[in-house]
Unconditional design. Structure first.
Length: 175
């Protein structure tokens, strides 16, 4: 019998996210000069920063490539940002080996076909509510929130609450 996603959350030490459709809603604004602009949800950023401060490994693996996205993520304290990736499985395997992380300790959130194979290798594959049907089928948890609108915050907060590291951490900061 497989574990319920809440049980798996107890073992999570590492969050890995795609960008477009997960940290963004998948919309790209094309500026007159051809620059591609994306919107990110501020509460997702807050949760990413909180998880980083709590010592979770956070990694971004995306096929898209944008300096603005990289700068935003690095400003949140995320050191492992892999953009322009054509083979997410190879990047995942290299990342896990380098940091000595077991695949069952990883939560990966993806939303579309390029995430399919990498999601099958982790302990807790997750997706936003508006993910592709193929991704929903292999996800052990489907957020009730769409990509770019708080789905990242949802999974981070759930893991941290399960491990008693969410609000407890913030209360201690203000005592």
């Amino acid at each position: 019998m497989s574990k319920h996603f809440k049980e798996i959350m107890n073992d999570i030490t590492t969050f890995i996210f795609d960008v477009d459709g997960v940290l963004t809603d998948g919309t790209i604004h094309v500026a007159q000069n051809g620059e591609l602009l994306r919107e990110m949800y501020i509460r997702d950023g807050y949760a990413l920063k909180a998880a980083a401060e709590q010592g979770y490994n956070i990694c971004i693996i995306s096929g898209g490539s944008n300096d603005g996205v990289r700068i935003r993520l690095e400003n949140l304290g995320i050191k492992d940002v892999f953009l322009g990736v054509s083979n997410k499985v190879t990047v995942l395997e290299d990342y896990l080996n380098k940091h000595v992380i077991k695949a069952d300790q990883v939560l990966y959130m993806g939303d579309d076909i390029p995430d399919y194979h990498v999601m099958q290798l982790v302990g807790l594959p997750t997706c936003p509510q508006d993910a592709a049907p193929e991704i929903k089928r292999i996800s052990k948890y489907i957020s009730h929130i769409n990509g770019g609108k708080g789905a990242v915050r949802d999974v981070i907060e759930q893991v941290m609450k399960t491990q008693h590291k969410w609000f407890e951490h913030f209360e201690a900061k203000f005592d």
